[in-house]
Design a binder for this molecule. Structure first.
Ligand code: RNT
Ligand code: ZN
Length: 419
């Protein structure tokens, strides 16, 4: 262990110790929190099934930085590279279009066998897997509607696809000994003001009911539903709005997925966590960063990220929350994007854990708001970074920006050779 890191750590430990914060215990707890790393940052949400299909569904990747993964091996190598620079043991989040198969298989015919190699790889790397049906980038989603499509044949196709995905999620959970979260998000909506807002929602509800009527072992698979306020091409109306899924999830005992980019710009998901978890057992987060719109920028150490972490830590909600990342930036090195986002998420959790929460709660109840703000502000410049450096060293990942040297080397050796 590097001497200066150790010295700084023991000084920091003393400072936090004055407030009865046991830093060693905090690090132990932190090392058990899993982040779900979204595979789609590695190839601009292209996947392998319908490679020539453009990205649709009202989401978009911009940038043409060299090195996007072109096949399953490249993607896995890239993910492994990223994970080697992120402290802890984590999960990887797959989409249906990332099936690894030579067969020509339609989305509604996917089976666990098309993901066998992912499971083998996850086992070899000690990873968990999460999953998502891909209800976009497909000819049958071209008119903007999937599970709420007025055409029953098209609706049935997407229902079958989602059912297939839940079975795959169950298979992941069983094989890997950790529950898989299968998250349903559909882009359905209208560009312009609709006449009928109700019928599409009834159809979406019926489709979901049918999907969830299929028997899937809850021990291995957790269903989540993700809402949205608008997308490109669905600016005026989104069928699966927040209220829709909030009601659906509570009534049907499903997990709600809160995506940081899926609300009005002054709304934050940090302020929703404590409400949603009052009425549902589990929560899925898509930690992302909207810039003016749901732009899926790389997660940085923003106030909102810190607030999300605080909410989870202060209220002891981590054990009921599945933390996933969701961003896609093609304008920078894609491995760096993963590492930045994931390290920031973990860093924010660490910073939140190094807080005298009980004392702050007491001050709040005593209406001593002056002391509350004094402590909160002073703690912002406490040496949490010394603890972070020690944690990285201890977990055998590069300290500070040293990780970027490895990414640059990999870019030179591997990424630039991809044409
Ligand atoms: C889209 C949703 C959804 C997707 C991924 C690729 O707005 O956030 O989660 O980003 O499924
Ligand atoms: Zn999302």
């Amino acid at each position: 262990m590097n001497q200066s890191i150790l010295t700084r750590y023991s000084e920091a430990r003393k400072l936090y110790g004055k407030y009865d914060i046991d830093v060693d215990k905090v690090l132990d707890k932190l090392s058990k929190i899993k982040i779900s790393l979204h595979c789609w940052q590695g190839d601009d949400v292209r996947g392998f099934l319908n490679k020539d299909q453009e990205l649709t569904g009202g989401i978009s990747v911009t940038g043409n930085y060299p090195g996007a993964a072109r096949n399953v091996l490249e993607l896995r190598n890239d993910i492994e590279k990223a994970l080697a620079l992120i402290p802890g043991k984590h999960k990887v989040n797959l989409h249906a279009i990332y099936a690894d198969t030579h067969e020509k298989v339609e989305l509604d015919e996917l089976e666990p066998k098309h993901f066998e190699s992912w499971v083998k790889w996850a086992k070899e790397n000690g990873l968990g897997l999460d999953f998502n049906p891909t209800c976009f980038s497909h000819p049958k989603s071209e008119d903007g509607f999937t599970l709420s499509n007025p055409d029953k044949k098209i609706r049935d196709f997407w229902i079958k696809h989602c059912m297939a995905c839940r079975k795959i999620g169950e298979y992941f959970g069983k094989e890997l000994g950790q529950k898989c979260v299968t998250n349903i998000w559909v882009p359905d909506g209208y560009k312009d003001t609709p006449i009928d807002r109700l019928e599409p929602r009834k159809r979406l509800k019926d489709s979901l009911d049918e999907i969830f009527s299929q028997n899937v072992d809850e021990k291995y698979n957790l269903d989540a539903v993700e809402s949205k306020v608008f997308g490109i091409g669905s600016e005026s109306y989104v069928v699966g709005s927040h209220e829709f899924y909030m009601g659906y999830a509570i009534k049907n005992n499903k997990a709600i997925c809160l995506d940081a980019g899926h609300f009005h710009p002054t709304e934050t998901i940090s302020n929703k966590i404590s409400s949603v978890l009052m009425f549902t057992d589990e929560l899925l987060l898509h930690v992302s960063r909207p810039v003016r719109w749901d732009s899926d920028h790389i997660v940085i150490m923003s106030d909102e990220l810190e607030e999300i972490a605080h909410e989870l830590v202060r209220n002891d909600l981590i054990k009921r929350t599945h933390i996933g990342l969701d961003f896609f930036d093609g304008s920078v090195n894609r491995i760096a994007a993963w590492v930045i986002g994931a390290r920031n998420m973990i860093k924010a959790l660490l910073k939140a854990m190094l807080e005298p929460t009980e004392l702050l709660k007491k001050l709040e109840l005593e209406k001593d708001y002056t002391s509350r703000i004094v402590l909160l502000e002073e703690f912002k410049s406490y040496p949490f970074s010394d603890v972070w450096d020690y944690y990285c060293e201890k977990m055998d990942v590069p300290v500070r920006e040293e990780w970027f040297d490895e990414v640059k080397q990999y870019e030179k050796d591997v990424l630039v050779k991809r044409k």
